[in-house]
Ligand binder design. Structure first.
Ligand SMILES: NC(=O)c1ccc[n+]([C@@H]2O[C@H](COP(=O)([O-])OP(=O)(O)OC[C@H]3O[C@@H](n4cnc5c(N)ncnc54)[C@H](O)[C@@H]3O)[C@@H](O)[C@H]2O)c1
Length: 262
Protein backbone atom coordinates (compact mmCIF):
# COMPACT_ATOMS: atom_id res chain seq x y z
CA UNK A 1 0.00 0.00 0.00
CA UNK A 2 1.49 3.32 -0.98
CA UNK A 3 0.49 6.71 0.29
CA UNK A 4 0.82 10.31 -0.80
CA UNK A 5 1.99 11.96 2.38
CA UNK A 6 2.23 15.69 3.08
CA UNK A 7 4.49 16.67 5.97
CA UNK A 8 4.80 20.06 7.64
CA UNK A 9 8.02 20.90 9.46
CA UNK A 10 9.75 18.66 6.92
CA UNK A 11 13.01 20.63 6.81
CA UNK A 12 14.32 19.29 10.09
CA UNK A 13 14.17 16.74 12.87
CA UNK A 14 11.10 14.51 13.15
CA UNK A 15 9.42 15.94 10.03
CA UNK A 16 12.49 15.39 7.87
CA UNK A 17 12.96 11.84 9.19
CA UNK A 18 9.32 11.14 8.41
CA UNK A 19 9.79 12.39 4.85
CA UNK A 20 12.83 10.13 4.41
CA UNK A 21 11.06 7.17 6.03
CA UNK A 22 8.09 7.60 3.72
CA UNK A 23 10.44 7.81 0.72
CA UNK A 24 12.09 4.51 1.74
CA UNK A 25 8.63 2.90 1.58
CA UNK A 26 8.13 4.21 -1.95
CA UNK A 27 5.47 6.71 -0.93
CA UNK A 28 4.97 10.02 -2.72
CA UNK A 29 6.20 12.83 -0.46
CA UNK A 30 5.25 16.50 -0.21
CA UNK A 31 7.71 18.30 2.08
CA UNK A 32 6.58 21.64 3.49
CA UNK A 33 8.33 24.00 5.86
CA UNK A 34 8.58 27.69 6.67
CA UNK A 35 12.22 27.07 5.76
CA UNK A 36 11.70 26.50 2.02
CA UNK A 37 15.35 25.76 1.30
CA UNK A 38 15.36 23.15 4.07
CA UNK A 39 12.22 21.56 2.66
CA UNK A 40 13.99 21.41 -0.71
CA UNK A 41 16.95 19.61 0.88
CA UNK A 42 14.60 17.12 2.55
CA UNK A 43 12.94 16.52 -0.82
CA UNK A 44 16.37 15.96 -2.41
CA UNK A 45 17.12 13.44 0.34
CA UNK A 46 13.85 11.66 -0.39
CA UNK A 47 14.73 11.50 -4.09
CA UNK A 48 18.19 10.14 -3.26
CA UNK A 49 16.45 7.29 -1.42
CA UNK A 50 14.61 6.39 -4.60
CA UNK A 51 11.33 8.25 -4.19
CA UNK A 52 10.12 9.08 -7.67
CA UNK A 53 7.26 11.33 -6.66
CA UNK A 54 8.46 14.21 -4.52
CA UNK A 55 7.30 17.81 -4.20
CA UNK A 56 8.34 20.52 -1.80
CA UNK A 57 7.27 24.02 -0.93
CA UNK A 58 7.74 26.90 1.46
CA UNK A 59 4.73 27.09 3.74
CA UNK A 60 4.05 28.76 7.08
CA UNK A 61 1.47 26.67 8.97
CA UNK A 62 0.02 29.77 10.60
CA UNK A 63 -1.10 30.98 7.14
CA UNK A 64 -4.26 29.30 5.94
CA UNK A 65 -3.81 30.70 2.43
CA UNK A 66 -0.34 29.15 2.16
CA UNK A 67 -1.58 25.80 3.47
CA UNK A 68 -4.52 25.70 1.06
CA UNK A 69 -2.20 26.56 -1.83
CA UNK A 70 0.39 23.96 -0.79
CA UNK A 71 -2.20 21.16 -0.49
CA UNK A 72 -3.61 22.09 -3.87
CA UNK A 73 -0.19 22.21 -5.56
CA UNK A 74 0.99 18.99 -3.89
CA UNK A 75 -2.18 17.24 -5.07
CA UNK A 76 -1.64 18.45 -8.61
CA UNK A 77 1.99 17.32 -8.61
CA UNK A 78 1.62 13.98 -6.82
CA UNK A 79 -2.04 12.99 -6.85
CA UNK A 80 -4.49 13.32 -3.97
CA UNK A 81 -2.88 13.57 -0.54
CA UNK A 82 -4.21 10.79 1.73
CA UNK A 83 -1.75 11.04 4.63
CA UNK A 84 -0.60 14.07 6.61
CA UNK A 85 1.90 14.65 9.38
CA UNK A 86 1.49 18.01 11.15
CA UNK A 87 5.06 18.19 12.39
CA UNK A 88 5.83 21.91 12.35
CA UNK A 89 6.48 23.31 15.80
CA UNK A 90 8.68 25.40 18.01
CA UNK A 91 9.57 25.62 21.67
CA UNK A 92 10.24 28.82 23.60
CA UNK A 93 11.21 28.16 27.22
CA UNK A 94 10.42 30.65 29.97
CA UNK A 95 9.05 30.47 33.49
CA UNK A 96 5.39 31.46 33.54
CA UNK A 97 6.06 34.81 35.26
CA UNK A 98 8.68 35.59 32.60
CA UNK A 99 6.51 34.58 29.63
CA UNK A 100 5.53 37.60 27.55
CA UNK A 101 2.16 37.73 25.84
CA UNK A 102 4.01 37.77 22.51
CA UNK A 103 5.80 34.53 23.40
CA UNK A 104 2.55 32.93 24.56
CA UNK A 105 0.77 33.91 21.36
CA UNK A 106 3.64 32.79 19.12
CA UNK A 107 3.92 29.32 20.67
CA UNK A 108 0.15 28.78 20.59
CA UNK A 109 -0.07 30.18 17.05
CA UNK A 110 2.55 27.88 15.52
CA UNK A 111 1.98 24.71 17.54
CA UNK A 112 -1.76 24.68 18.19
CA UNK A 113 -3.29 26.95 15.53
CA UNK A 114 -0.83 25.62 12.94
CA UNK A 115 -1.90 22.05 13.75
CA UNK A 116 -5.58 23.01 13.56
CA UNK A 117 -5.12 24.73 10.20
CA UNK A 118 -3.13 21.80 8.79
CA UNK A 119 -5.74 19.25 9.91
CA UNK A 120 -8.62 21.41 8.71
CA UNK A 121 -7.02 21.89 5.29
CA UNK A 122 -6.37 18.15 5.01
CA UNK A 123 -9.90 17.28 6.13
CA UNK A 124 -11.48 19.64 3.63
CA UNK A 125 -9.38 18.27 0.76
CA UNK A 126 -10.12 14.65 1.72
CA UNK A 127 -13.84 15.27 2.18
CA UNK A 128 -14.06 17.13 -1.14
CA UNK A 129 -12.57 14.13 -2.92
CA UNK A 130 -14.51 11.56 -0.88
CA UNK A 131 -11.27 9.82 0.07
CA UNK A 132 -10.33 8.18 3.36
CA UNK A 133 -7.11 9.31 5.00
CA UNK A 134 -4.92 9.38 8.06
CA UNK A 135 -3.56 12.43 9.89
CA UNK A 136 -0.86 12.43 12.56
CA UNK A 137 -0.27 15.36 14.91
CA UNK A 138 2.71 15.75 17.23
CA UNK A 139 2.04 16.15 20.92
CA UNK A 140 4.52 15.91 23.81
CA UNK A 141 4.79 14.46 27.31
CA UNK A 142 4.30 18.08 28.42
CA UNK A 143 0.65 17.67 27.41
CA UNK A 144 0.27 15.17 30.25
CA UNK A 145 2.91 15.91 32.91
CA UNK A 146 4.80 18.98 34.11
CA UNK A 147 8.50 18.98 33.31
CA UNK A 148 10.60 19.00 36.47
CA UNK A 149 12.88 21.61 34.86
CA UNK A 150 9.94 24.01 34.54
CA UNK A 151 9.80 26.93 32.07
CA UNK A 152 7.37 25.07 29.89
CA UNK A 153 3.95 26.65 30.34
CA UNK A 154 3.32 28.00 26.82
CA UNK A 155 4.73 24.92 25.10
CA UNK A 156 2.92 22.55 27.46
CA UNK A 157 -0.35 24.40 26.93
CA UNK A 158 0.07 24.21 23.16
CA UNK A 159 0.70 20.47 23.31
CA UNK A 160 -2.16 19.89 25.75
CA UNK A 161 -4.33 21.72 23.25
CA UNK A 162 -3.11 19.49 20.43
CA UNK A 163 -3.96 16.35 22.41
CA UNK A 164 -7.49 17.57 23.14
CA UNK A 165 -7.86 18.68 19.53
CA UNK A 166 -6.79 15.26 18.23
CA UNK A 167 -9.55 13.51 20.17
CA UNK A 168 -12.22 16.03 19.07
CA UNK A 169 -11.11 16.08 15.41
CA UNK A 170 -11.01 12.26 15.33
CA UNK A 171 -14.68 12.14 16.32
CA UNK A 172 -15.69 14.73 13.72
CA UNK A 173 -13.79 13.01 10.94
CA UNK A 174 -14.41 9.32 11.72
CA UNK A 175 -17.69 9.27 9.72
CA UNK A 176 -15.62 10.36 6.69
CA UNK A 177 -13.08 7.55 7.08
CA UNK A 178 -10.41 10.00 8.19
CA UNK A 179 -8.34 8.91 11.20
CA UNK A 180 -6.60 11.47 13.44
CA UNK A 181 -3.95 10.46 15.96
CA UNK A 182 -0.93 11.86 17.75
CA UNK A 183 2.57 10.67 18.40
CA UNK A 184 4.02 11.69 21.74
CA UNK A 185 7.79 11.94 21.36
CA UNK A 186 9.92 12.11 24.47
CA UNK A 187 13.24 13.94 24.35
CA UNK A 188 14.31 13.54 20.72
CA UNK A 189 17.71 14.57 19.43
CA UNK A 190 16.70 17.26 16.94
CA UNK A 191 17.72 20.89 16.35
CA UNK A 192 14.76 22.00 18.50
CA UNK A 193 16.74 21.04 21.60
CA UNK A 194 19.65 23.26 20.58
CA UNK A 195 17.80 26.29 19.33
CA UNK A 196 20.06 29.37 19.32
CA UNK A 197 23.20 27.33 20.07
CA UNK A 198 26.12 26.38 17.86
CA UNK A 199 29.72 25.19 18.07
CA UNK A 200 31.02 24.37 21.55
CA UNK A 201 27.85 25.59 23.25
CA UNK A 202 25.74 23.19 21.19
CA UNK A 203 28.07 20.26 21.94
CA UNK A 204 28.06 21.11 25.64
CA UNK A 205 24.25 21.15 25.69
CA UNK A 206 24.11 17.85 23.78
CA UNK A 207 26.47 16.27 26.34
CA UNK A 208 24.34 17.64 29.19
CA UNK A 209 21.13 16.29 27.67
CA UNK A 210 22.67 12.88 26.96
CA UNK A 211 23.87 12.62 30.54
CA UNK A 212 20.46 13.68 31.88
CA UNK A 213 18.73 11.18 29.59
CA UNK A 214 21.03 8.38 30.76
CA UNK A 215 20.01 9.05 34.35
CA UNK A 216 16.35 10.00 34.01
CA UNK A 217 14.86 8.08 31.08
CA UNK A 218 14.18 4.35 31.59
CA UNK A 219 15.71 3.49 28.19
CA UNK A 220 18.67 5.68 29.24
CA UNK A 221 18.92 7.80 26.10
CA UNK A 222 17.17 10.34 23.93
CA UNK A 223 15.19 9.18 20.88
CA UNK A 224 16.57 9.51 17.38
CA UNK A 225 14.09 11.34 15.13
CA UNK A 226 13.78 8.25 12.93
CA UNK A 227 12.30 6.33 15.86
CA UNK A 228 9.46 8.84 16.11
CA UNK A 229 9.06 8.82 12.32
CA UNK A 230 8.51 5.03 12.39
CA UNK A 231 5.62 5.51 14.83
CA UNK A 232 4.07 8.33 12.78
CA UNK A 233 4.35 6.32 9.57
CA UNK A 234 2.75 3.27 11.18
CA UNK A 235 -0.25 5.42 12.15
CA UNK A 236 -0.56 6.44 8.49
CA UNK A 237 -0.70 2.83 7.25
CA UNK A 238 -3.65 0.45 7.05
CA UNK A 239 -1.99 -1.55 9.83
CA UNK A 240 -3.43 1.17 12.08
CA UNK A 241 -6.85 1.01 10.41
CA UNK A 242 -8.76 0.78 13.73
CA UNK A 243 -6.72 3.46 15.51
CA UNK A 244 -8.18 6.96 15.79
CA UNK A 245 -8.34 9.63 18.48
CA UNK A 246 -5.34 7.91 20.02
CA UNK A 247 -1.87 8.76 21.29
CA UNK A 248 1.19 6.66 20.49
CA UNK A 249 3.73 7.44 23.20
CA UNK A 250 7.38 7.10 22.17
CA UNK A 251 9.19 8.44 25.22
CA UNK A 252 11.58 5.72 26.32
CA UNK A 253 9.41 5.09 29.39
CA UNK A 254 9.60 8.69 30.64
CA UNK A 255 5.94 9.01 31.59
CA UNK A 256 5.76 5.49 33.02
CA UNK A 257 8.24 6.49 35.69
CA UNK A 258 7.64 8.32 38.96
CA UNK A 259 10.54 10.00 40.72
CA UNK A 260 9.20 8.67 44.04
CA UNK A 261 11.18 5.84 45.61
CA UNK A 262 8.76 5.18 48.50
N1 LIG B 1 12.59 17.18 19.81
C1 LIG B 1 11.87 16.84 20.86
O1 LIG B 1 12.40 16.47 21.93
C2 LIG B 1 10.36 16.85 20.78
C3 LIG B 1 9.64 16.24 21.81
C4 LIG B 1 8.23 16.27 21.77
C5 LIG B 1 7.59 16.85 20.69
N2 LIG B 1 8.33 17.43 19.70
C6 LIG B 1 7.58 18.04 18.60
O2 LIG B 1 7.98 17.45 17.38
C7 LIG B 1 7.70 18.36 16.32
C8 LIG B 1 8.94 18.45 15.44
O3 LIG B 1 9.98 19.01 16.22
P1 LIG B 1 11.51 18.66 16.00
O4 LIG B 1 12.04 18.22 17.31
O5 LIG B 1 11.68 17.82 14.81
O6 LIG B 1 12.06 20.16 15.80
P2 LIG B 1 12.89 20.84 14.62
O7 LIG B 1 13.17 22.21 15.12
O8 LIG B 1 14.02 19.97 14.22
O9 LIG B 1 11.84 20.89 13.42
C9 LIG B 1 10.72 21.73 13.45
C10 LIG B 1 10.46 22.24 12.04
O10 LIG B 1 9.26 23.02 12.07
C11 LIG B 1 9.46 24.13 11.22
N3 LIG B 1 8.56 25.22 11.57
C12 LIG B 1 8.56 25.99 12.69
N4 LIG B 1 7.60 26.91 12.61
C13 LIG B 1 6.96 26.72 11.43
C14 LIG B 1 5.87 27.35 10.78
N5 LIG B 1 5.24 28.40 11.33
N6 LIG B 1 5.47 26.87 9.59
C15 LIG B 1 6.10 25.82 9.01
N7 LIG B 1 7.15 25.19 9.56
C16 LIG B 1 7.57 25.63 10.76
C17 LIG B 1 10.92 24.51 11.42
O11 LIG B 1 11.40 25.33 10.36
C18 LIG B 1 11.58 23.15 11.51
O12 LIG B 1 12.00 22.70 10.24
C19 LIG B 1 7.30 19.67 16.98
O13 LIG B 1 5.89 19.77 17.00
C20 LIG B 1 7.81 19.50 18.39
O14 LIG B 1 7.08 20.29 19.31
C21 LIG B 1 9.69 17.45 19.71
Amino acid sequence: MTRTVLITGAASGIGKSTALGAARRGWAVAALDRDGAGAGLAAAGARALGARHVWWGECDVTREDQLADAFQRAGTALGPVDAVVAGAGLEISAAVSQTSLDTWHRVLEVNLTGTFLTVRTAARALQASGRAGSIVCVSSPSAFVGFAGGSNSAYGASKGGISAFVRAAALDLAPHGIRVNAVVPGATDTPMLYSGLDGDALEAERARLRSAAAQQIPLARMAEPGEIAHAAIWLLTDEASYVTGSHLTCDGGLMAKSANTF
